[in-house]
Write a protein that binds this ligand. Structure first.
Ligand SMILES: Nc1ncnc2c1ncn2[C@@H]1O[C@H](COP(=O)(O)OP(=O)(O)OP(=O)(O)O)[C@@H](O)[C@H]1O
Ligand SMILES: [Mg+2]
Length: 296
């Protein structure tokens, strides 16, 4: 896996980025699909080594922001840099620093676990001489060594998600981006995904940007959170700070304010019908969930 960020004096390196720069900086990022402004002036900084959670209701713009950060969408307005490298001008270098587990299914049910990870190793240019070791390491990191020879189509939902994690880890990313990594998993499978992430972080110092709809996970695993709604960040801070801020605002006991309360407060609970057009997702969301279910 990747090594921890270099210590010592700041430097700019075309391959690894700048040790003094944040892992991610988005400045006034805006992205529209036709009339729909999915991301609307997003400003965000994720420090190196941090686990940062992007929260928000269905349609908030989280996946769109992530697709721009991973260079899968062009950025018409604003700027994104990863370890100081500009995503628009240094696209290929940025891609080499990133691991990405997308919201939609990224494993092939007709390949074995090992073949899926090998495919990603080739796509991400892992040197041929290192490939076998790196694939082994990635499979070990997600506890799939024994199941590696089985078709992914026979895996449980939790194993599929861990396989996708191995696919993203095989390139030894410095910034791992996970779009709803635990959606639809049972509590044990969810915990094992987070255990894998924690172990890799402990060994490498990798930075993590994650989206989730599970507030308990955000509370437990993220150092800082941003709450996004309608393309904009409504609140940002450590989970405890967000709870304390809302408690102070409401004059409530901080111990009785949950992250779910914070989510409801900032994501416009109480709005219904025409006021909340994105409620519950759309066809794309349903199709995503179903395709994941099929592989399971
Ligand atoms: N390919 C697309 N074409 C048109 N509109 C899109 C497209 N992708 C996203 N949108 C719209 O952009 C907005 C933001 O969607 P996005 O998928 O980024 O939200 P999200 O926060 O990831 O939601 P979820 O929690 O459901 O995954 C929504 O209004 C969505 O309908
Ligand atoms: Mg999404």
């Amino acid at each position: 896996m990747t090594t921890a960020p270099a210590a010592g004096p700041a430097r700019t390196d075309a391959a690894t980025g700048d040790a003094a720069e944040p892992a991610l900086r988005c400045t006034d990022l805006t992205y529209s699909f036709g009339e729909t402004r999915a991301v609307d002036g997003l400003n965000l900084e994720v420090a190196q080594g941090e686990v940062f959670g992007l929260l928000g209701p269905n349609g908030a713009g989280k996946t769109t922001a992530i697709r721009a950060i991973t260079t899968l969408l062009p950025v018409p307005t604003g700027k994104i840099s990863v370890f100081g490298l500009d995503c628009a001008r240094r696209r290929m270098q940025v891609r080499r620093l990133l691991g990405y587990v997308p919201q939609q299914l990224s494993a092939d049910s007709g390949l074995t676990g090992r073949e899926n990870v090998e495919l990603f190793a080739r796509v991400f240019d892992v040197p041929r001489s290192e490939r076998r070791d790196r694939v082994d390491e990635a499979l070990t990191a997600v506890d799939l060594t024994e199941a590696a020879g089985r078709l992914a189509g026979t895996y449980s939902g939790g194993m599929v998600r861990r396989l996708e994690l191995a696919q993203a880890l095989v390139s030894a990313p410095r910034l791992l981006i996970l779009d709803e990594p635990t959606i639809g998993l049972d509590p044990l499978a969810r915990a094992s995904v987070w255990d894998c992430i924690a172990q890799v972080r402990a060994g490498t110092g990798m930075t993590v940007l994650v989206t989730t709809h599970y507030m308990d996970e955000a509370d437990e695993h993220c150092h800082r959170l941003a709450l996004m709604h309608r393309g904009r960040i409504q609140a940002m801070g450590a989970p405890g700070e967000l709870r304390a801020d809302l408690a102070a605002q409401l004059g409530a006991d901080p111990d009785r304010v949950s992250l779910e309360d914070v989510f409801r407060h900032h994501a416009g609970a109480g709005l219904t019908g025409a006021d909340r057009p994105d409620e519950g997702g759309d066809f794309r969301d349903v199709r995503r969930t179903r395709s994941a279910a099929r592989l399971r």
